[in-house]
Design a protein around this ligand. Structure first.
Ligand code: PEP
Length: 251
């Protein structure tokens, strides 16, 4: 099980420090669950100094696909490693929708993340129109195949997938446990096809989309649901700690 918090563009330095300290004391060191938080770039260094030695890892929310160079406003994989990141979220639907991130870009970023020993959390998920047209399986299949294109089997063993239906992100509308299990099972079969039985079964598939303390347990109980990518509820120490507890109980 892995529970990762995506803070998005929230919390300045003081607020990031305060939340991180609260999470370290309320979460402790879970036995069976990996926990990560993904603050904004400018908060990473300070966050890591609080997290260091705790049971919580750190990730970034995005990165550029190049080593360095004239890419104003961008951040590289090696920079993220240097400040203590273990994970990097790639292809979040907000990046795809507002910043034109395509599957091809995501795959180049995933390969680059591996070159710098960052574990990518690759996000996929259909829009409401695609779900209403019953096209969710085909849409997600194309995203998975193209976003993971070029990754080797050994890179697949250091990879996390996050299924986040766009209509459930930040809307308070959660996919039903049945919808989640059905999509995760579909993604599992694709991962087995792409990376083989051993690696394909070992990849954590997270669900994201309005996960809260009140619905985490029923989602985590489903097969092929290996944890959650949490947005809004990750900004509250008590709520996030409670979701981590649900993962511990389900593990
Ligand atoms: C997310 O943005 O990854 C997310 C799942 O957000 P929320 O939990 O707020 O729906």
């Amino acid at each position: 099980m892995l529970v990762a918090g995506n803070w998005k563009m929230n919390l300045d330095l003081a607020a990031a420090r305060q939340l991180t300290a609260g999470l370290v004391s309320s979460i402790g060191k879970p036995e069976k669950t990996l926990v990560a938080i993904c603050p904004p770039f400018v908060d990473l260094d300070a966050t890591y100094s609080i997290l260091h030695g705790s049971g919580i890892r750190m990730g970034a929310q995005n990165m550029h696909e190049s080593d360095s160079g004239a890419y104003t406003g961008e951040v590289s994989a090696s920079m993220l490693r240097a400040v203590g990141c273990h994970y990097v979220i790639l292809g979040h639907s907000e990046r795809r929708e507002y910043f034109g991130e395509t599957n091809e870009i995501v795959s180049r970023k995933a390969i680059q993340a591996h070159r710098h020993r960052l574990v990518p959390i690759v996000c996929v998920g259909e829009s409401l129109a695609q779900r209403d047209a019953d096209r969710q399986n085909a849409v997600v299949e194309e995203q998975v195949r193209q976003s993971l294109d070029g990754l080797t089997v050994s890179q697949g063993s250091e990879l996390v997938l996050a299924y986040e239906p766009v209509w459930a992100i930040g809307t308070g509308r959660t996919a039903s446990p049945e919808q989640v299990e059905s999509m995760h099972t579909h993604i599992r079969s694709l991962l087995v096809e792409l990376f083989g039985q051993k690696t394909g079964y070992a990849i954590d598939i997270l669900y994201g989309g309005s996960v809260k303390p009140g619905n985490a347990s029923e989602l985590f109980a489903r097969s092929n649901v290996d944890g959650g990518l949490i947005g809004g509820a990750a900004l509250n120490a008590e709520d996030f700690a409670s979701i981590v507890k649900s993962a511990e109980l389900a593990a």
